[in-house]
Design a protein around this ligand. Structure first.
Ligand code: FES
Length: 255
């Protein structure tokens, strides 16, 4: 049975329409479908850390056991910058280490990080590890973490830094010493000496680490990426309006 000429012309027209629409389909879907989020940038900004008046932040200007904040990697998302030290104000070197992506709360915490304690940490992990490059600056003691709690995404200033010698509002296990990052919302505690590992839940994941760069020549600092988990409550770590090539650093409010 042959195709009638009029039907054949109709078929040609229909096919042509489909072919023409085929080329337009993806942008049309993007335009009309709310299920397609804004595509994420694949690259993190490299942002120079500057003070409010515009001068560059020098590593040697960051006081030991003080915390500072800056927006990174997206506007409105704070990260916490710390020059970590001991109770006597001596800087503590943060070595490169492997941090488990997912871990249970540690019940015991050594006073200072040792090779053995790092090993304990890495073997406690489930679901893989990520590497952090460790601290930067003259003593390799400057480190930064994302300030959004990995439990229910409370963020700085609810997530705050508590220096050595100051007690968090809730008791920690007997063996816990030194500074901590503490979330006031439900009491999660993170370890700034060891990749923001969880010292006490309910959070189960370390805070993402901000990758810092330090220029030995100029003593200046840059934020240049992020390692670890996705920022809690976010679709991805670059979804949103990314910060520019400079970010303002301010002293953090205290607990
Ligand atoms: S949101 Fe931080 S402990 Fe719940």
């Amino acid at each position: 049975m042959g195709v009638h000429r009029r039907d054949f012309i109709k078929l040609l027209g229909f096919t042509g329409t489909i072919v023409a629409l085929g080329g337009l389909t993806p942008p049309l879907i993007k335009l009309v479908s709310p299920r397609f989020p804004k595509p994420a940038s694949t690259e993190y900004p490299r942002s120079k850390l500057v003070w409010e008046e515009g001068s560059p932040v020098k590593a040697s200007e960051l006081e030991i056991n003080n915390a500072y904040v800056f927006e990174y990697p997206m506007k409105g998302i704070f990260s916490i910058l710390i020059n970590v030290g001991d109770e006597n104000g001596n800087p503590i070197r943060i070595p490169p280490l492997q941090v488990p992506l997912l871990m249970q709360s540690l019940q015991e915490e050594p006073e200072t990080p040792t090779q053995e304690s790092i090993q304990d940490l890495t073997t406690a992990g489930r679901g893989g590890f990520y590497e952090i490059p460790g601290g930067v600056g003259p003593f390799q003691s400057i480190i930064a973490y994302n300030g959004v709690c990995q439990h229910f995404a409370c963020q700085y200033p609810q997530l705050t830094y508590i220096p050595p010698g100051e007690k968090p509002p809730q008791e920690l296990p007997e063996a816990t010493r030194g500074s901590v990052l503490f979330c006031k919302c439900h009491g999660s505690v993170y370890d700034p000496y060891r990749g923001a590992a969880v010292l006490r839940g309910p959070a189960q994941r370390p805070l993402p680490t901000i990758i810092l760069e330090w220029s030995q020549d100029t003593d200046e600092l840059y934020a240049a990426g992020l390692a670890g988990n996705t920022i809690a409550g976010k679709f991805c770590n670059t979804c949103g309006e990314l910060v520019g090539d400079k970010v303002i650093v301010r002293p953090a409010t205290t607990a």
